[in-house]
Design a protein around this ligand. Structure first.
Ligand SMILES: NC(=O)c1ccc[n+]([C@@H]2O[C@H](COP(=O)([O-])OP(=O)(O)OC[C@H]3O[C@@H](n4cnc5c(N)ncnc54)[C@H](OP(=O)(O)O)[C@@H]3O)[C@@H](O)[C@H]2O)c1
Length: 344
């Protein structure tokens, strides 16, 4: 039996990627429905070799839909995800609206797939922030080997993480710089073309941004609450692909060679680390790929049991759409979907 799957936000960056990934991975769906706001009613989006006409979320009945991949922003999630869940449809929610709720599992399948069973309380499963998803995929096998004490991470995040309007802003600003036109800034707080901005999401009272806070809270929830993590999140003028410079302190010694071996056999990870010109991964090369790439693994001799590495992934895929589809696959493979209907 196949499932009925709805993709909400199907005209957006993440939603379009979700449709591609469902088709690429031959997700066992009898029917896939593309939903967005009423602004997009009737617009066409591709799903494999098919074209789907977009329907409006606010008039759609979810009662015979098994899985909803929700990717329409926090406000739409807050309003719709609980209602959709109450109709017996399991919502895999891409926003930050439910990630920190105790009765909503936050899942990266390579890290904590077993925690998915907690979804039946609200029929909602949260997908993490893009920068956290790739980070925990890399940290999990290292934590199992040598127990992480502290992580210091600096991110280099592409504009697609801020939605399709942000990609358009980088494009139009870049063109304006080359044609001596007016550089218009709307989505970002400062010019992003040929610049970097140390500010993602809103500021919090302690001076950190919400994006930085999310990396702390989500790593603790998914991996280990004892891990100390501090982050600086930076937007860079790259269209797709987030990079992270990661410094880790362990309880026990872990050499770069051992870490490399562990990461080479870790699920979802590919090590590209040649210690020569071009022997490392960049966001441009990771765009369109599924893996979390690790490069530049080396000792940090300034602390006891320290390592540095470079971590790159496609934020629209592992950071959002791919991870959501992988969660849906966990539900299917573990035969958990009928329980959702029964609980509703
Ligand atoms: N981009 C990333 O790397 C990333 C990573 C993790 C999580 N996320 C999260 O994923 C979500 C979507 O991000 P995105 O990058 O795809 O944004 P986007 O490109 O701006 O697309 C937003 C999508 O949501 C739809 N939408 C907005 N308001 C809606 C409403 N009230 N009802 C129904 N549909 C509505 C839009 O439909 P219309 O075209 O009709 O307006 C569009 O399809 C956000 O919550 C974001 O935080 C993104």
């Amino acid at each position: 039996m196949g499932y009925k799957v709805a993709v909400v936000g199907a005209t957006g960056n993440v939603g379009r990627e979700m449709l591609d990934i469902l088709a690429e991975r031959a997700f066992p769906a009898d029917e896939v429905v593309a939903l967005a706001s009423s602004r997009s009613l009737g617009q066409e989006v591709s799903f494999g070799d098919k074209i789907l006409k977009v329907k409006a979320l606010d008039t759609y009945d979810f009662s015979d839909t098994d899985i909803c991949l929700m990717s329409a922003g926090g406000d739409a999630s807050k309003e719709w995800s609980p209602r959709i869940g109450q109709q017996g449809c399991v919502v895999i929610d891409n926003s930050s609206a439910f990630r920190y709720d105790a009765d909503v599992p936050l899942i990266v399948p390579e890290v904590n797939a077993d925690a998915v069973v907690g979804f039946t309380k609200r029929n909602i499963i949260a997908n993490p922030n893009c920068s956290t998803a790739q980070l925990v995929v890399a940290l999990k096998p290292l934590h199992e080997a040598a127990t992480i004490k502290r992580v210091v991470v600096s991110t280099y995040q592409s504009v697609s993480g801020a939605g399709k309007d942000a990609m358009d802003e980088l494009f139009s600003q870049t063109r304006a710089v080359f044609t001596a036109g007016e550089v218009v800034t709307k989505k970002f707080t400062k010019r992003i073309a040929f610049n970097v901005i140390p500010h993602i999401d809103v500021f919090m009272e302690d001076g950190y941004t919400k994006e930085e806070w999310k990396m702390v809270a989500e790593t603790k929830k998914m991996l280990d609450p004892k891990i100390k993590l501090t982050a600086t999140a930076v937007r860079v003028p790259v269209f797709i692909g987030h990079a992270e410079a990661v410094n880790v302190e362990f309880e026990r010694p872990l050499s770069p060679e051992e870490a490399t071996e562990i990461l080479r056999s870790a699920p979802g990870v590919l090590v590209i680390d040649k210690r020569e010109n071009g022997g490392y991964m960049t966001p441009h090369e990771a765009a369109g790929e599924d893996a979390t790439y690790i490069s530049r693994i080396r000792e940090d001799a300034t602390v006891e049991n320290g390592l540095n590495f470079w971590c790159v992934s496609d934020n629209l895929r592992k950071g959002a759409a791919l991870n959501a589809v992988q969660i849906a696959e966990v539900l299917v493979n573990r035969k958990l979907l009928n329980k959702a209907k029964a609980a509703a």
